[in-house]
Design a protein around this ligand. Structure first.
Ligand code: UDP
Length: 246
């Protein structure tokens, strides 16, 4: 039996980041071993939110896997001599779904979040792309307290092995921390706006922007109302500079 790669721990402004050669292999192994995992996809915006939101900071510190999702986080580590490869959360989720669909039997997957028509379209797109994928349920992200109760009951009964939650930051991280006991053996991943991309209602930045750490320019162009939230990026850069010797 192959020994599983152990994550190395790095730190970004006091928050953990786990370093691995293959996040999807590590995660798939955890799924198969039925060892529950909360995956947090850390970027500069989330790191700045965590400074203001102690509950979010605690959830990030307790997560079994924190991946360097954002270019800013990867750059922060690289400038400090930490060998790191950026791993966008959407790509990790995609790689995991692909691998999960080829297993025999395939892992069971649950999708939660986004608008009703978006989650339906995202699930249909995945089912078309990966006919072997076992989507055991889905739920859109705009539900009443009563529907929340039903969702909890469904998750307890279904025990999906992979649960993707796209409610935006920090809602999805706090929701996962509160509910992961329902399916303790599952891998829970906060996927932000990924369902919108898989549904085709939004698009990712072109590769040349992503490769030049300019994904944020595209997000601002696509969603200009995010400008206030994106002030977190220069704030993160400033914090990174003044924490240089820490
Ligand atoms: N969303 C949701 N329920 C809510 C608020 C948001 O399901 O009450 C969904 C929204 O439809 C979108 C995602 O959460 O699909 C948020 O995406 P965003 O790009 O804002 O994610 P972030 O940048 O915060 O990771």
């Amino acid at each position: 039996m192959l020994l599983q790669e152990q994550p190395q721990l790095a730190s970004v402004l006091g928050l953990p980041v786990h370093l691995l050669n293959s996040y999807s292999d590590w995660l798939l192994d955890r799924v198969q071993q039925q060892q529950g995992v909360h995956v947090v996809t850390l970027n500069a915006e989330m790191a700045m939110q965590a400074e203001q939101n102690p509950a979010l900071a605690t959830v990030i510190r307790n997560a079994e896997l924190v991946i360097p999702d954002g270019a800013g986080v990867a750059l922060y580590l690289k400038l400090r001599g930490v060998p790191v490869q950026r791993c966008p959360g959407i790509e990790l989720a995609e790689a995991l779904l692909k691998k999960a669909s080829t297993l025999s039997p395939p892992c069971s997957v649950f999708f939660y979040g986004a608008k009703p028509e978006v989650i339906e379209a995202a699930a249909a797109a995945w089912q078309k792309r990966l006919p072997g994928l076992k989507i055991v349920g889905m739920q859109h992200g705009y539900i009443s307290a009563q529907e929340q109760l039903q969702l909890r009951q469904r998750l307890s009964a279904l025990q999906p092995q992979i649960i993707l939650v796209g409610l935006g930051v920090p809602r999805q991280e706090l929701w996962i921390a509160e509910h992961r006991h329902l399916c303790p053996q599952a891998s829970w991943i906060g996927v932000g706006g990924s369902f919108d991309i898989w549904a085709g209602t939004k698009t990712r930045a072109p590769g040349w922007l992503r490769n030049n750490n300019l994904e944020w320019v595209y997000r601002l162009y696509q969603e200009p109302w995010r400008w206030r939230r994106m002030l977190a990026l220069p704030k993160f850069a400033w914090r990174s500079l003044i924490s240089w010797n820490h």
